[in-house]
Design a protein around this ligand. Sequence first.
Ligand SMILES: [Zn+2]
Length: 364
Amino acid sequence: MTEQIQNPFDNDPVLRPIHHFAGARDHAAPQERLNDVRRRAPRFREEMLAQEPAVYYRSFDLIRVPYPTRYALRDACTVPTPYVHILNRMFVVQFKGDDGMKTLLVSPSNIRANRETPFFKRLSERFGFLRKPIEPLIAPELGIVETCLASAGIHPAQVDYITYDHLHTQDLRRWLGTQDQPAYFPKARLLVMRQEWESARALLPPQADWYCPNGTAGIPPEKIILLEDDIMLGKSVALVRTPGHTEGNHSIVVHTDEGLMVTSENGVSPDAYAPMHSKIPGLKKYVRETGIDVVLNSNTLERGLDQYISMVQEKEIAGPSPRNPDFYNVVLSSELTVYWLFPGIEPSFSFGPLEFGQPHIPSS
Ligand SMILES: [Zn+2]
């Protein structure tokens, strides 16, 4: 099925391949791979910042879910609380393409369908008969894609593209349609790295725990744009391959009024990208003892060394946050948040709701 999709650049004036990081990870020596990625990041960053920012960028909170601390912060955190809360969010991005305004949804999670993901389903079933009453407390829903988008005045038919930094927990069928159901976003196509798409459809057991069963089944091939490597969308958005958390992972880079915002799930908190400045117990000590620069989100570690390099790449692209230069402009799709049920672990820095610019709504 995937072979039917040839070159996405032939028939889409918005997408353009970029090669800033091509070959940077080909070195045999891991230090050289890391150094090469570090060397190349500033030019990429400068080129993006020299162009126009996105017209509109806004985050929407969808759901908070419990997540094992040992995955979120590896063995760096010394607080014994077994779970942290992570906030899952979507980003709406509008930018100019050569043929007009384009709307991209980053990480639009179908949070109710995603509950079928084996890891989270087992977690929920552990509560037995208490599951129903306790679920709103443990995993409170904050918004759903449909109403979030409507609140910004954006119609489903305006959405041109959707993308996810990786496909863990995602069920795409409602958004893109199947033989049995029409697409909620009739025009939208999925931008996904070929590796991630192939992985999601041929999982090994260590991967399968995190992917929603049948979440990609039956989606028409013309709705899928398979990417081999990094691309620009117009002049304000880039998708950059950042393998590690999953083999097919990518980061979404958006030029906003507050610099380049970088989104992925290689790490779960700005603290994880600047552990030397973190107040979370254990992180600074971990840096001193190991010399690590970043703390990996560790539930899958499909390519662990690459994940380390990818997190450094992400923070070098993002640059320091204007809000607090000790931390980076990494706006994660699942971000560690403080929650009364899981005491003792509080991020030192996090982004609240973000909104830049005004939504573009066609007049007709
Ligand atoms: Zn994930």
